[in-house]
Ligand binder design. Structure first.
Ligand code: OOG
Ligand code: NI
Length: 479
């Protein structure tokens, strides 16, 4: 911690040397951009996970091949993605997930992600689906950063209060209170970044190396096999969070442009993908998010137990792919939620019955499936931009309302991509990887206040972010 050993007296310009304003060499340009740090980190994470879970490498290849095919077969889509800047990001696009054990861990994760320009967006209550966690997604929020690298991390906090057994609850809290999931180097660089307003290039690289340690898999548990079994009996997820040194990344999900084709390719390669794709059905205009995963790996774990080290297994990590579509307005989202509930409830079969895909397709017949209608009915968010003809038009004509510009072919509206997650889908992903039998729901309600208290900050409203992106594009159109 070099900066702390510097003498604490004002420098020549009367300011303290550890203050960034006192270091004219440390101008804003001397800092690595948070977007750049996030790209480095996402790349390092992908590399680490491929080494840990080779099947992830297979998934990446398969998704890359499917995406190439789709772009070759659909030149209009390829052109639209090139115009919106989305084509570039596709190859590096992925999300991960972790589960934190304590409020302090969550709050520090928030500060760690902030170094990379990732903000907490949205609140997800999973307790209703029998998973004792609540969550947010750390992700970039402005358009340019999203196009640079939209890396997101679905981050859950264990709700120990949902463990019924008081003695076990206390034991778990005690174990969690003693662990340190961040390296001293990572903590020091987070503080440095907060104080100085950024990290220089060398420190940014050091930060990535140090931060990566928090997400690494450890094949040695910190608890005895007996304790592991007790935690596991409370809930498999409790065992996953409490028994290890840190919140290992449990999956990394690449984005595919055709999830049905990718799922077929997974089956063809012998990857046991879930039968049902979570989210909306296949459509001409993809909306929100469709996801499918394959089962967690059973991994060998060493448990410390006095003289003899016991060996056991743990399943936590899995593979997942996703297809992203149009971000919906509150009105569109309400319609989505209603139709999804309708599909799940029809016949009382949930999403398990063999005819679920048909029920889903039938229910979503009630959701318009062309962009003109989706936009006119205010169901989705769009980014407006001038066409070549629009740019060539006289200024007076360009100042006409957006609708008129579109009618005259002077502007076009492109779908804004959904960057967040879906609670029902997330619950399905959790469940399928927990073995499926644990279908109980906790009586507890969502507790967003407690989550934000633990996080040490409010979570951003996803709709406000999409609304702003749309409004910005309209403002630019007028300018
Ligand atoms: C997170 C599951 C949720 C998604 O894509 O909806 C998720 C977890 O298992 O920790 O990643
Ligand atoms: Ni996921």
């Amino acid at each position: 911690m070099q900066w702390m050993t510097r003498p604490l007296h004002p420098g020549e310009n009367g300011r303290f040397p550890h203050c960034c304003a006192a270091r004219p060499d440390m101008t804003a340009e001397r800092f690595a951009s948070p977007d750049h740090i996030r790209s480095l980190f996402s790349q390092a994470m992908s590399h680490m996970y491929r080494t840990e879970v080779p099947l992830y490498g297979t998934l990446m290849e398969l998704v890359g091949a499917v995406n190439d095919d789709v772009l070759a077969a659909e030149p209009a889509l390829a052109a639209q993605m090139a115009r919106s800047g989305e084509r570039e990001r596709l190859d590096v696009e992925r999300h991960g997930a972790i589960r934190a054990g304590t409020a302090e861990e969550l709050a520090t994760l928030r500060r760690l992600f902030a170094v990379m320009g990732m903000q907490p967006v949205g609140y997800y209550d999973l307790s209703v689906a029998g998973v004792p966690v609540h969550s947010t997604a750390f992700r970039p929020v402005d358009g340019e950063s999203l196009n640079r690298n939209p890396f997101r991390v679905f981050t859950s906090l264990l709700r120990l209060e949902l463990i019924e057994d008081a003695a076990l609850r206390a034991q778990a809290a005690d174990i969690l209170a003693r662990r340190r999931i961040f390296t001293p180097g990572a903590l020091q660089l987070i503080e440095q970044c907060e104080r100085d307003g950024g990290l220089g290039e060398d420190d940014a690289w050091r930060f990535v190396v140090e931060a990566l340690e928090t997400f690494r898999w450890h094949n040695a548990a910190t608890v005895s096999l007996e304790t592991y079994h007790a935690l596991h009996a409370a809930h498999r997820l409790v065992a996953d969070v409490v028994s290890f040194r840190g919140p290992h990344i449990n999956h990394l999900t690449p984005r595919t442009l055709d999830i049905d084709a990718a799922q077929d390719a997974m089956h063809a390669r012998g990857l046991a993908a879930k039968a049902v794709i979570e989210g909306p059905p296949r459509r001409a205009c993809p909306i929100l998010l469709r996801q499918t995963s394959f089962k967690a790996l059973e991994e060998l774990v060493h448990f410390p137990s006095g003289a003899d080290n016991a060996a056991g297994t743990h399943t936590a990590r899995f593979g997942e792919i996703e297809q992203r579509g149009l971000a919906l307005t509150p009105k569109g989202r309400a319609l989505y939620d209603t139709l999804l509930a309708q599909a799940r409830e029809s016949g009382g079969a949930g999403s398990t019955g063999g005819d679920y895909p048909q029920r889903l397709q039938a229910a979503f017949a009630g959701f318009p499936d062309d962009h003109a209608t989706l936009r006119r009915e205010g169901l989705g968010y769009y980014r407006y931009a001038l066409t070549d003809a629009g740019r060539a038009a006289p200024a007076a004509e360009r100042a006409l309302p957006a609708e008129v510009l579109i009618e005259r072919g002077l502007a076009h509206a492109e779908p804004i991509i959904y960057e967040d997650f879906l609670p029902v889908s997330a619950a399905g992903i959790f469940q399928s990887n927990l073995g499926g039998e644990e279908q109980r729901a906790y009586a507890a309600r969502a507790n967003r206040d407690a989550f934000e208290q633990a996080l040490g900050a409010p979570v951003a409203d996803e709709f406000a972010i999409y609304e702003r992106l749309q409004a910005q594009s309209l403002a630019q159109l007028a300018a």
